[in-house]
Design a protein around this ligand. Structure first.
Ligand code: NAD
Length: 303
């Protein structure tokens, strides 16, 4: 894809710091709005892209987006931790939902806009007895996933209502992403710390929670593909699914090390997320890394 201008909210976070670097390396004009809150990686700010230290839930951000006038916008900023959202529902819902509104509002008056991607999650489906497809009902069951689902609905409403955005928006629903720079409380990161002997992992639901995993380096090319040719909602998973117990066993096999755990609890936890990825595959997405390749690279990366 030809280099252009892209504004990324949350572009200093775990996943999108990699996306920011991907587009910067390709010579794009990259603008990041990120308030340096939890999950942020301020060490990547190095002058190759523009960074605004602003809260996207603040209405002032709309003027910044308009004045930067980018061709592409990816809205990924969010309070992303489920446990935090359960302890702080008011803050999570308020900030994440207002951020969604501000970004959609600003984007509908961008004269050069080619595509807006809203970044969502498999969690919006709630319990997944089978692999959920994009057309199925969303049924979020915790404050975090509820705030993300609000954005999923707004995306449809704005695309459908405002001619300036019609067919110019898309949404991604990622499975569990893992890789370097991930918050230390997330499962793969916790496993890595446990291997290094630093940490005992709280096993929610006795380790029976089933999730699909993909390596973080699979994400930026998928975003580029959707910017170029996507205008719908896309599940993003390579369908590598495991219970936490099985995942721990797999990592013990790969690394030959023992992982320490103890019983933990998360109220109202969904036991299974799994998605159908036919749509993104038909668009042309092929993961760069298999699960095993990602695992090997991640566990051999010094952080
Ligand atoms: N990590 C996953 O496995 C996963 C899976 C599915 C979807 N997602 C979605 O992907 C996106 C990124 O997730 P992540 O795990 O990289 O998150 P993260 O918590 O590591 O990063 C979030 C970034 O957004 C910034 N941010 C948060 N609220 C903000 C606000 N109000 N204003 C400005 N900046 C703000 C933070 O400073 C941080 O840099 C999120 O939208 C999340 O819902 C993540």
């Amino acid at each position: 894809m030809q280099s252009s201008s892209i504004l990324i909210t949350g572009g200093l976070g775990f996943i999108f710091s990699h996306v920011t670097e991907y587009f910067t390396a390709k010579g794009w004009r990259v603008i990041v709005i990120d308030n340096l809150s939890r999950g942020s990686q301020p060490q990547i700010v190095n002058g190759t892209f523009k960074h605004y230290n602003l809260d996207v839930s603040d209405e002032a951000v709309m003027d910044v987006i308009k004045s930067e006038n980018p061709e592409f916008v990816v809205h990924a900023a969010a309070i992303s931790d489920v446990d935090y959202s359960i302890k702080n529902p008011h803050e999570t819902l308020k900030k994440n939902i207002l951020a969604n509104i501000n970004v959609f509002e600003a984007c509908r008056s961008l004269p050069n806009l080619k595509k807006l991607i809203y970044v969502s999650t498999d969690e919006v489906y709630g319990e997944c007895e089978h692999r959920k497809s994009e057309e199925e009902i969303i049924f979020p069951k915790n404050p975090y996933s509820c705030s993300k689902a609000a954005g999923s609905l707004l995306r449809i409403a704005y695309d459908n209502t405002y001619t300036s955005l019609m067919n110019k928006t898309a949404e991604t629903r990622f499975c569990n992403v893992f890789g370097p720079r991930q918050d230390s409380a997330k499962i793969m990161s916790a496993i890595k710390r446990s291997i290094n002997g630093e940490y005992s992992i709280p096993l929610h639901g006795e380790g029976g929670g089933y999730r699909e995993y993909t390596y973080v380096r699979n994400i930026a090319p998928a975003i580029e593909l959707i910017l170029e040719s996507g205008n719908r909602t896309y599940n993003l998973t390579s369908n590598d699914g495991f219970t936490v117990k099985d995942l721990i066993q797999k990592v013990e096999e790969v690394t030959g090390k023992k992982i320490i755990t103890h019983p933990g609890d998360r109220p109202g936890m969904d036991m299974k997320y799994q998605m159908d990825a036919t749509r993104i595959r038909e668009l042309g997405w092929k993961p760069l890394y298999t699960f095993e390749e990602g695992l090997k690279e991640y566990f051999s990366t010094e952080e």
